[in-house]
Ligand binder design. Sequence first.
Ligand code: SAH
Length: 393
Amino acid sequence: MVKLYLRPKKEESVLRFHPWIFSGAISHSDGNPEEGDLVAVYDSQKRFLAIGHCQVGSIAVRILTFKEETIDKDFWKKRFEDAYRLRKQLKLINPPVNDTYRLIHGEGDLMPGLIVDVYAGTAVMQAHSPGMHLARIELAEALKEVMGNDIQNIYYKSESTLPFKADLGAENDYLIGGDHVSNIAIEQGVKFHIDWVKGQKTGFFIDQRDNRALLEKYAEGRKVLNMFCYTGGFSCYAMRGNAQLVHSVDSSSKAIKLTNDNVSLNFPEDARHEAFAEDAFKYLEQMGSQYDLIILDPPAFAKHRNVLKNALQGYRKLNAIAFEKIKPGGIIFTFSCSQVVTKENFRLAVFSAAAQSKRKVKILHQLTQPADHPIDIYHPEGEYIKGLVLYVE
Ligand code: SAH
């Protein structure tokens, strides 16, 4: 294994268990590691610090362990066992009530660069680093050994998540199983068709589970607009919560089909629901003021820090229309999933929107991601969902 040596004082963040080493912190190395190789990291006094996967870019090493140990199938198995035990404790592996959960949330599960989402008998594995891509077969074997008959299939989906420049030629395919696949999974008693092959991310946004459950409690008798509905997660929970009507909107006609399929799966022939393929801003501008519960869960408006200002403008504009149009006594569930937008930034954007509309607004809940998307306390960058539930007088 190639040894990397840090510049003086650059070991401090590593000693505080931060899992990334930036390229500027590295002084020299005793070899030329290939992208994705395991490397051992030492401080300027040649004291061991960590082992991780190296890659080209500003994050040069993603740390897997702060101990001198072998990274092999047994190592991965231990990581998977820890994560699996936690999800069991969270009562997420609980069919027929729930078989949809995130098993591995990158840094939050001490596996930087790896995501594993489980949908009934299928685990969808996604690599975000060359190192995890190279380890995929060993990872899949370890995962299957740990989960046994709880999963039959492992689908690998990293075509669009790996650094483009690394040119790893990743293809999406089953690494294990693939012959007997059911694509229906259950989240807290609600059934969903999950399309991990063609859908966004791993096919479903598990990260809104707790927030959907909260929405259900507010839905009774309300006229609900689920903007940016994607697979209709919030729509189904609103239906179960006895909403008077639910309108789902997404600019993607595929998303509208998924939403209609999922609503029908749970509430066949229920005339309370309708879905529209339309641009959010266009729909919001043209709609009347019939809604008294609005969900705004847009895609990440800012993927990089340099577009932060535009993103905040986007959030302000979006929320301002909702404030202007919502019925008195209405509730807004508003979210940002951009990692670079802080809680404070987002709140400020929503505050500006409220001020612009001149409505009286109260914050009822401050929301974040659920426990199967844990945040490593030494890696606060892992917190990405910010949500507010607002009461509009
Ligand atoms: N709320 C969803 C996740 C939303 S993901 C859930 O709980 O699962 C964001 C969605 O916004 C995507 O489905 C995408 O198609 C849609 N979208 C992106 N830009 C849009 C726009 N301008 N108008 C409407 N929908 C848009």
